[in-house]
Design a protein around this ligand. Structure first.
Ligand code: IPM
Ligand code: MN
Length: 370
């Protein structure tokens, strides 16, 4: 059996707690002979700052480059609020995305039947929801230069961020989104703000051209990002795949998370191009929820997004779609039995801790292999 090298970067806040549940799962997969993973632990975010005064060390960057996949927890917290901007916890994550060229961020939002009542939206609006947000991840205002704060000398300062996109960046993310749409319901919605932004004008133009040239069989729709956000909470089931830029994708995917019941439910995959020689692609898998400092260390965090992020690694890095499907069913049955972490509690359900939830999911998975 081929052995796969994983770099685990638990990070800060609830990161280590939810990562422990992935470790539990990997431990069992290895011992049961279902898969073979070699894992290494590294530091990122505030944890890396405390040890090395940077968001991620050169050594861990090397290990990230060498790994078959990086499994990432979360970064940030009030402890690091006043450290220099360049080494803030988020800098570690942004460097990983940029240096590994992980330009395609896939954020699926699926509403498990058992959780339809946990969403702040009505059951009928979210029940059966299954959409995929494809977020551009290495361009736009996150990385555009100049990015500065200048003292104007008259008691005023000026802050500048730069939103910038080249044709090739829009083309490649658009292709990822169209390819996914073809395997799903064959519909793509592109979101930008062409009514006020030049980058939106180009985005719209390039997506339209790629459609005309290469993907005429897929239905393409354009929405302005503000109106798209409104449609996401009004009637989210109208969407199949959504493609959008780095900043809009950040915001729209947090909205999408709440459609599924909790931010604790949304996984993500950040992918680079497939290397034509090795046939491998760089990849990082990360829950969307962040470090949640308010509940960190209490054993309350929901490990589902971390577990399904690992499930995305099985699917997109290791061609183990069947195992990923089984993991999804194990999660669905755990939820159906009424087990809930605090973020998704509902009437009559029992509140369990992070390890109890992880253990329950593993038990369900083991039953599927019994
Ligand atoms: C996310 C996060 C990150 C982002 C932060 C932690 C830099 O919010 O992955 O959505 O803004 O991209
Ligand atoms: Mn975010």
């Amino acid at each position: 059996m081929a052995s796969h090298k994983l770099l685990l970067l638990p990070g800060d806040g609830i990161g280590p707690e939810v990562m422990a549940e992935v470790k539990r799962l990997i431990g069992w997969l290895n011992s049961a002979g279902i898969a073979s993973f070699e894992t290494e632990d590294g530091l990122v975010g505030g944890a890396a700052y405390d040890a090395h005064k940077v968001g991620i060390s050169e050594d861990d960057m090397k290990r990230a480059h060498a790994a078959d996949a990086v499994i990432f927890g979360a970064v940030g917290g009030p402890k690091w609020d006043s450290i220099p901007y360049d080494v803030r916890p988020e800098s570690g994550l942004l460097r990983l995305r940029k240096d590994l060229a992980l330009y395609a961020n896939l954020r699926p939002a699926i509403c498990y039947p058992a959780l339809a009542d946990s969403s702040s939206l009505k059951r009928e609006v979210v029940e059966g929801l299954d959409i995929m947000i494809v977020r551009e991840l290495t361009g736009g205002v996150y990385f555009g230069e100049p990015k500065t704060i200048t003292d104007l000398g008259n008691g005023q300062k000026r802050a500048v961020d730069t939103q910038v996109y080249d044709t090739y960046e829009i083309e490649r993310i658009t292709r990822v989104a169209f390819d996914l749409a073809r395997k799903r319901k064959n519909k793509l919605t592109s979101m930008e703000k062409r009514n006020v932004m030049k980058s939106g004008v180009l985005w719209n133009e390039v997506v339209t051209q790629v459609h005309q040239r290469e993907y005429k069989d897929v239905t393409l729709e354009h929405q302005l990002a503000d109106s798209g956000a409104m449609q996401l909470v009004r009637a989210p089931k109208q969407f199949d795949v959504i493609v959008t830029d780095n900043l809009f994708g950040d915001i729209l995917s947090d909205i999408a998370a709440m459609l599924t019941g909790s931010l604790g439910m949304l996984p993500s995959a950040s992918l680079g191009d497939i290397d034509p020689k090795t046939k491998k692609r760089k990849a990082l898998y990360e829950p969307v929820h962040g470090s949640a400092p308010d509940i960190a260390g209490k054993g309350m965090a929901n490990p589902v997004a971390m577990l399904t992020s690992f499930g995305m690694a099985l699917r997109y890095s290791f061609d183990m779609g069947e195992l990923a499907d089984k993991l999804d069913s194990a999660i669905a049955s755990t939820l159906a039995k009424g087990l809930r972490t605090a973020d998704i509690k509902s009437d009559g359900a029992s509140i369990v801790s992070t390890p109890q939830m992880g253990e329950a999911v593993l038990k369900e998975l083991q039953a599927l292999y019994a």
